[in-house]
Design a protein around this ligand. Structure first.
Ligand code: ADP
Length: 463
């Protein structure tokens, strides 16, 4: 038996409580019963004393031999009682068999009223009622005694029964409870066994949740929800790892082939130079990709960007200025709608700039030469809204739900030459989420795309 198991402790506790309850009840019962039985004896004694008193009063006129006879007659009808009547001087007027000895211990010379007493004589127990009465013939002392051994025997047997019965009942209840709790806790054991078997490789398995509506069901369901979240996260991570390795394979293979080809035989300096330049360009792309990957994995696993209060307009203006040369080179008209009011948020300026740049970069990249990109900002409902609209090719409807996924490219063949890895938007979204904000895209084919960014405004203290 595992002493710290819930089952063991529950059994011990309720057995202890039950035992205590039964003992208290037993004690109460015993005393109540005793009171009741002794009370009955006292009532009977009172009746006998009253009877004797009546006799004394009525017969007081007669001379004593008659009275004594009458009293003997009365006593014979009540063989279980000892009775005695004494006169003023203390001498016995009338007494039953053992009365002298039984009543010898009573105090003499008392004034008036009733006296109740319990006493023992020759191993027998008596309850005594003594009353002083005054008749025309003078004062008398009347005593009646009843044996209490029968009542005492009943009480003793009751006590004995309870002494045996109470621990017996408690033991039975403990054993029954122990067996029952095994049934109740069976699902817990099953869950423990199942949970032990679940590893990263079989995260899709679930615990059996008994449909009982109790704590155990809710525990199992909570566990299963947690497993589902873990499964999603693990799937995402392994997908990410395999995508990342896949993406890195191409540039590494390219660098290797370029170097191998260049080294195969001796070449002119210009050829070597060309090869090295190609290697440099590819390495730069790789560095960029690695940088993205690192940023993503850091922000997702342990977001620890230093936050400060800043004005969203500044971040927008900075990103805008940074993208201008690219837009100019593609002859794309870039426009920033003016906005006067401050837009305070708590955030990380360089991360926000990175987010805006990713979207602006796309807007410029996917716009045809001579197109236009418009950025506008506004505040509403406690949020800063930034929208970036382009006149580009638009995003196909079936691709729209996936553009924020890592490594997703709506048109991979086209994007390779423009240098995208499909990470820009997922990074932008990760940054928006870090700021408790969101990004949403709208697009119609050939009508361009609009990206809406929402960031909660800092309340209270504008920067
Ligand atoms: P990439 O580095 O390929 O641009 P992103 O994550 O930034 O990766 O974007 C994912 C995909 O979404 C892009 O490959 C592109 O197909 C689509 N996309 C994003 N922005 C736009 C846009 N402004 N116009 C058209 N397509 C876009």
């Amino acid at each position: 038996v595992n002493r710290s198991s819930i089952r063991f402790r529950l059994t011990i506790w309720y057995s202890a409580v039950l035992l205590l309850g039964l003992v208290l009840f037993g004690i109460f019962l015993w005393f109540a019963m005793g009171r009741e039985l002794f009370g009955e004896i006292d009532v009977a004694l009172q009746g006998r004393v009253h009877g004797l008193e009546e006799y004394l009063r009525i017969e007081a006129g007669e001379h004593f031999p008659t009275l004594a006879e009458e009293l003997h007659e009365f006593a014979r009808s009540l063989p279980d009682y000892e009775m005695e009547v004494r006169n003023e001087s203390g001498s016995v007027v009338f007494g039953t068999g053992d009365s002298q000895a039984v009543f010898s211990q009573l105090p003499h010379g008392r004034t008036e009223g009733d006296l109740k007493q319990s006493m023992e004589w020759r191993g027998a127990h008596y309850r005594i009622l003594n009353r002083q009465v005054i008749t025309d013939k003078g004062p008398y002392s009347i005593s009646v005694a009843a044996q209490t051994d029968e009542v005492r025997g009943v009480l003793r047997r009751l006590g004995f029964l309870m002494l045996l019965g109470i621990p017996g009942v408690a033991c039975l209840a403990a054993a029954g409870g122990y067996l029952l709790s095994r049934r109740a806790l069976n699902p817990v054991r099953a869950m423990t066994d199942k949970a032990r078997q679940i590893e990263v490789t079989n995260l899709s398995e679930r615990l059996a949740a008994p449909k009982t509506g109790d704590e155990i069901q809710s525990l199992a369901e909570t566990w299963n929800e947690m497993l589902a979240r873990l499964e999603t996260a693990v799937t995402k991570i392994s997908q990410f790892t395999s995508d990342a390795s896949h993406e890195l394979r191409t540039p590494v293979a390219f660098i290797r082939t370029t170097a191998e080809v260049a080294l195969r035989r001796s070449r002119s300096q210009t050829r070597y130079r060309e090869a090295l330049e190609q290697i440099e360009i590819e390495s730069e792309r790789m560095t960029g990709l690695l940088d993205h990957l690192l940023f993503l994995s850091r922000t997702e696993s342990a977001p620890s960007l230093p936050l400060e209060s800043l004005d969203v307009r500044t971040a927008v203006q900075d990103a805008f200025a940074e993208i201008e040369p690219l837009a100019a080179s593609r002859r794309i008209g870039l426009e920033l709608d003016p906005y006067q009011d401050p837009m305070p948020v708590i955030g990380n300026e360089s991360a926000l700039r990175r987010m805006l740049l990713a979207i602006l970069d796309n807007a410029v990249k996917y716009s045809c030469v001579g197109g236009s990109v418009t950025v506008s900002v506004a505040c509403a409902d406690g949020h800063a809204h930034i929208s970036i609209k382009d006149s580009g090719s638009g995003i196909p409807e079936q691709a729209l739900p996936f553009i924020f996924d890592r490594f997703f490219r709506a048109d991979p063949s086209r994007n390779r030459e423009s240098g995208g890895y499909g990470l820009g938007l997922s990074i932008a979204q990760a940054i928006a989420h870090l700021h408790r904000g969101s990004i949403r895209a709208e697009s119609a084919p050939d009508a361009g795309s609009v990206f809406h960014i929402n960031l909660p405004l800092a309340v209270g203290n504008p920067p």
